[in-house]
Design a protein around this ligand. Structure first.
Ligand code: FES
Length: 294
């Protein structure tokens, strides 16, 4: 694991945390929930089957643009993802781009291969969009909203904000320091439910059910600005463990500001950039043990 973290440090700065987030969004434990009624029992909602949206699952990585090439190289070289670090180095040596640009997406591709097998990888749709370059992403991430002169004249004010999709210029909402992320998101009345059926109309772009840490719907990945979040409370930590979102080796359970948070519990003190995973569920260890006991 240390070697993987060291490898990701060699990735371009836009993909270091993004690749880790992808690994957290699609943990191997999800593949072990093998029962006919898994969806019902583990309360899985949204696009939780990686094979159904593999090519789109990493659109928040800069390296997304190299997906087709990475995919072809994985298949051609019979990589199985068993050793992420060694095989990533082998792959990036074969492709005609800078290693820093490829590392993140190669790690993602190999993990997808490990979980889904070669056939699913070959069936993954080709990507068509690429998103902003590294410099534009880094310039935007975790930055305050600063209205232009005309907007200021109309009364628009500077604010801290939450960016939730850096492939879109308008995917952000303002937030007040000491607010929970979902509280601020609710003021965004655009029809986000049309793009994600888990969103409630008028409740913002982050899916929520309870807003009290009970349901696990609102989990998000922190792409940038982690320093602008308050540390996790004991309550948030316990709830995340119950839901299972920290059940993977890429999260340090003792970290007081981990990359995965519950947006209804996470309080900001400055601008942050987040990624909203396309699914949610309740599959923590205690629930899995109960299932095994049954
Ligand atoms: S909305 Fe239910 S846990 Fe956050």
């Amino acid at each position: 694991l240390k070697e993987l973290h060291a490898l990701l440090q060699e990735a371009n700065e836009a993909d270091r945390s993004a690749a880790l987030l992808w690994l957290c969004f699609y943990p191997e434990v999800l593949r072990t929930l093998e029962r006919e009624d898994a969806e019902h029992y583990y309360q899985l909602k949204g696009a939780w089957r990686l094979e159904d949206h593999l090519a789109a699952s990493h659109a928040f990585l800069y390296g997304h643009r190299y997906w087709n090439e990475v995919l072809a190289a994985i298949v051609e070289n019979n990589c199985d993802g068993s050793d992420l670090v060694t095989q990533t180095r082998q792959l990036i040596a074969k492709l005609p781009h800078s290693p820093a640009e490829l590392i993140g997406i190669a790690v993602v591709g190999l993990m997808a291969r490990r979980q889904l097998g070669a056939a699913a990888l070959q069936a993954a749709n080709a990507i068509t969009s690429t998103g902003p370059d590294v410099a534009s992403r880094m310039k935007q991430r975790a930055t305050d909203h600063k209205p232009g002169m005309m907007a200021r004249l109309k009364g628009e004010k500077a604010s801290i904000r939450v960016l939730f999709d850096e492939n879109k210029t308008d995917a952000w909402f303002p937030i007040i320091a000491t607010q929970e992320i979902t509280t601020a998101a609710e003021a965004d009345k655009r029809p986000w439910h049309e793009a994600d059926a888990r969103c409630n109309p008028g409740m913002g772009p982050i899916p929520v059910d309870c807003k009290s840490g009970s349901c696990g719907t609102c989990w998000v990945g922190i792409l940038a600005g982690n320093e602008n979040l308050e540390p996790m409370s004991d309550f948030e930590r316990k709830r995340i463990a119950y839901f299972g979102y920290h059940d993977n080796p890429f999260i340090d359970p003792s970290d007081h500001k981990p990359l995965i948070r519950l947006a209804c519990q996470a309080v900001v003190k400055g601008s942050v950039s987040i990624v909203i995973p396309p699914w949610n569920g309740v599959f923590g260890e205690s629930r899995r043990k109960r299932e095994t006991a049954r």
